[in-house]
Design a protein around this ligand. Structure first.
Ligand code: F6P
Length: 193
């Protein structure tokens, strides 16, 4: 059956600070993941295309893959959930500055739309135009972000919508998604750094 690979970007400076959104670079550990991912891919896999978002952290994560300049396609549809007026804040600062909004998001994480930003449902519709190309694509690696990967996995595995914002997507792991006998199964390949 069809095999698709997906990974989050390596750990970013904002992951370290527990910050939302923004356009941070990778941390040292994140850069080590980029190197390890490159080594693993160059040794074991053969991708014709590597999709990234437009954000630095996914581009940096792709950097060590052989011939990446020829293979890389940046897709704005894969950018992380837009956190609008709370972009760049830590979750702590978000909570302190706007406790009501914060609570609202906790209670309705699927439908909560950041002011001037997006909800999980918005992200799920935004990725829809690239979903069919992704789903049928061969030799494709997708490097993107936590919220976007949750929406992609939910779409591929028919996860109930209400569970989408809580799907666990580990850092520094490659997800191998195989479509066989009418269903997608996900294998987690940890590339520990
Ligand atoms: O890993 C950080 C991050 O990608 C943020 O940029 C983003 O806002 C967040 O994860 C999405 O996760 P959650 O919806 O659980 O806050």
């Amino acid at each position: 059956g069809r095999v698709l690979y997906i990974t989050r970007h390596g750990e970013s400076m904002y992951n370290l600070e527990n910050r939302i959104g923004g356009n941070p670079s990778l941390s040292n550990r994140g850069q080590q993941y980029a190197q390890k991912l490159g080594q693993y891919v160059n040794k074991n896999l053969k991708f014709d295309k590597v999709w990234t978002s437009e954000l630095s952290r996914t581009l940096e994560t792709s950097a060590h893959i052989k011939d990446i300049e020829k293979k890389r396609i940046m897709k704005p549809e894969l950018n992380e959930i837009m956190s609008g007026i709370f972009d760049d804040l830590s979750y702590e600062e978000f909570k302190d500055q706007s406790p009501i909004e914060y609570k609202e998001r906790e209670l309705n994480k699927l439908t909560y739309r950041y002011p001037e930003g997006e909800s999980y449902l918005d992200v799920c519709s935004r990725i829809e135009p690239v979903m069919s190309e992704m789903d049928t694509g061969e030799n494709l690696l997708v490097i993107c972000h936590q919220a976007v990967i949750r929406c992609i996995l939910a779409r591929l595995q028919r996860t109930p919508a209400i569970e989408i914002p809580y799907i666990k997507v580990p850092l520094h792991s490659l997800l191998k998604i195989t479509y066989l006998n009418g269903q997608n199964t996900v294998e987690v390949i940890p590339l520990n750094v």
